[in-house]
Design a binder for this molecule. Structure first.
Ligand code: FE2
Ligand code: FE2
Length: 133
């Protein structure tokens, strides 16, 4: 399972790890929805997941950015730029016609979250761990 948490994903800051684990959980739910082949209408679930993803992401990004500010992390602007792009992308998905393109939208979100975890959480977030820890 792609969204299975592994110990080496930990950046060693308990609260951040907890939040990242929650994001993995949401990723797992998106994955479960993406692999369903029941031909049913999943519009409500897609909207629910998209909202959870967005709400939790906004909360998590704010939390990280506050920590970075507190510890004067030098790359904060670049990091924040990546956060803003992520939210922008989620907003963009929301404006699309989701109902008639459910499968495509779920796969897009899945693809996007997988990329984001590997490039941002396991890349950019790892860069700040030593400064903040
Ligand atoms: Fe993060
Ligand atoms: Fe981040």
């Amino acid at each position: 399972m792609i969204f299975k948490w592994k110990d080496n994903f930990s950046i060693g800051i308990e609260e951040i790890d907890k939040q990242h684990k929650r994001l993995f959980e949401i990723g797992g739910e998106i994955y479960n929805l993406a692999i369903l082949k029941d031909g049913q209408d999943h519009y409500d679930e897609i909207i629910r997941l998209l909202n959870s993803l967005k709400d939790y992401t906004v909360y998590h990004f704010g939390f990280e950015e506050n920590l970075m500010k507190k510890y004067n992390y030098e790359d904060i602007e670049k990091h924040k730029g990546q956060h803003d792009k992520f939210i922008e992308k989620l907003n963009e998905i929301e404006t699309q016609d989701i109902d008639s393109r459910q499968k495509k939208v779920v796969l897009d979100i899945l693809d996007f979250v997988i990329n984001w975890i590997s490039s941002h959480i396991l890349g950019s977030d790892f860069k700040y761990k030593d400064i903040i820890k």
